[in-house]
Ligand binder design. Structure first.
Ligand SMILES: NC(=O)C1=CN([C@@H]2O[C@H](COP(=O)(O)OP(=O)(O)OC[C@H]3O[C@@H](n4cnc5c(N)ncnc54)[C@H](O)[C@@H]3O)[C@@H](O)[C@H]2O)C=CC1
Ligand SMILES: Nc1nc(=O)c2c([nH]1)NC[C@@H]1CN(c3ccc(C(=O)N[C@@H](CCC(=O)O)C(=O)O)cc3)CN21
Length: 270
């Protein structure tokens, strides 16, 4: 089965919601949003890890106030059995903290944990609204020795994700690439977020693609099924699916044993 990780937002009641809907065998990644702060991420992460889930907290460089805060977080991770984090620059404004980007954060994670906590980093198949493609690639090259994999920003186009994975290989980024895919969430929510984070192109691509794609985007909810099938046909370049769930926690449809194999569903949609 193609591995899938589910990203959740640590909103009120999330631990109970996860427990009710998500099998313990699932790997969960927990966002760190500027208006939440790292405490909420860590509180939910520790609780879920102690319940038995495999948990990956997101650590936002700009959201950390001092180095001792990071070492405390890493000790908390170790005590709760958390072995991996996701290191991100972060959306908030730069505060007075020591980390402006994820590179020095990754260096301190490696040093403070003595290498026992690994880290994933972000990749941007459609670019980033405030960083050039070249800067993003340079940042990835500088960070890759401190990271274990790349998770891509939300994207709605399989060719864009696959081309990006190929570009990373050509440019010397060797890390496994996990494809970041939106879950079955209301279209309006996706459109608002897509505009904010600069992924409108692939959303447009999907809505212009044809009747099936139009149908998928046309209803209340987006469905990632077609995109995931296309990606799953390329296990040589993509290592797994990172599902941005927006806390809609129904089991991803492709994890069900009754799902047709990717090649069959590709042929059916051609
Ligand atoms: N993909 C995701 O899940 C998430 C993405 N983000 C976005 O990721 C951005 C960067 O994070 P990383 O990929 O870890 O890159 P990074 O922190 O390694 O930064 C790469 C380069 O861009 C510069 N930079 C970082 N943030 C910037 C910004 N907002 N404006 C202009 N320059 C910036 C850094 O100084 C560095 O030179 C955040 O600013 C945020 O917009 C934030 C949270 C989650
Ligand atoms: N630049 C950037 N920042 C991020 O935080 C981020 C990305 N990109 N890309 C992928 C995921 C998607 N993320 C998110 C973040 C928030 C909501 C969301 O639904 N926010 C609620 C508020 C939730 C709360 O406060 O409990 C909202 O209504 O906006 C969804 C996806 C986080 N990630």
């Amino acid at each position: 089965m193609f591995p899938t990780r589910i990203e959740i937002i640590p909103s009120a009641g999330i631990v109970e919601k996860v427990q009710a809907a998500v099998p313990l065998s699932t790997t969960l990644t927990i966002t760190c949003l500027p208006h939440h702060g790292i405490e909420r991420t860590m509180e939910a992460s520790v609780k879920l890890s102690l319940l038995g889930y495999t948990v990956i907290p997101h650590l936002s460089a700009r959201g950390l106030e001092h180095r001792a805060q990071l070492s405390g977080i890493l000790r908390g991770c170790e005590a709760a059995g958390i072995r991996e984090v996701f290191a991100i620059g972060g959306d908030g404004p730069q505060g007075s903290g020591p980390y402006r980007s994820s590179l020095p954060l990754l260096a301190d994670i490696a040093e403070y944990s003595g290498g026992s906590i690994t880290a994933g980093i972000a990749g941007y198949p459609e670019g980033h609204p405030s960083m050039s493609g070249l800067d993003l690639l340079d940042a990835l090259l500088a960070k890759q020795h401190l990271a274990t994999h790349v998770v891509t920003q939300m994207c709605f186009s399989a060719p864009t994700i696959l081309d990006y994975a190929a570009l990373l290989r050509r440019e010397g980024v060797e890390l496994p690439v996990w494809a970041g895919v939106a879950g079955a969430v209301p279209r309006t929510k996706l459109l608002a977020l897509a505009a904010q984070i600069g992924v409108r192109t692939s959303l447009k691509f999907l809505s212009n693609k044809g009747t099936l794609a139009r149908k998928l985007l046309g209803g209340d909810k987006y469905s990632p099924e077609g995109l995931v099938s296309e990606i799953m046909a390329h296990p040589d370049s993509i290592s797994g699916i990172h599902l941005y769930s927006f806390n809609r926690l129904d089991m991803p449809i492709w994890e069900r044993s009754d799902l047709p194999d990717p090649e069959a569903s590709e042929a059916a949609s051609a």
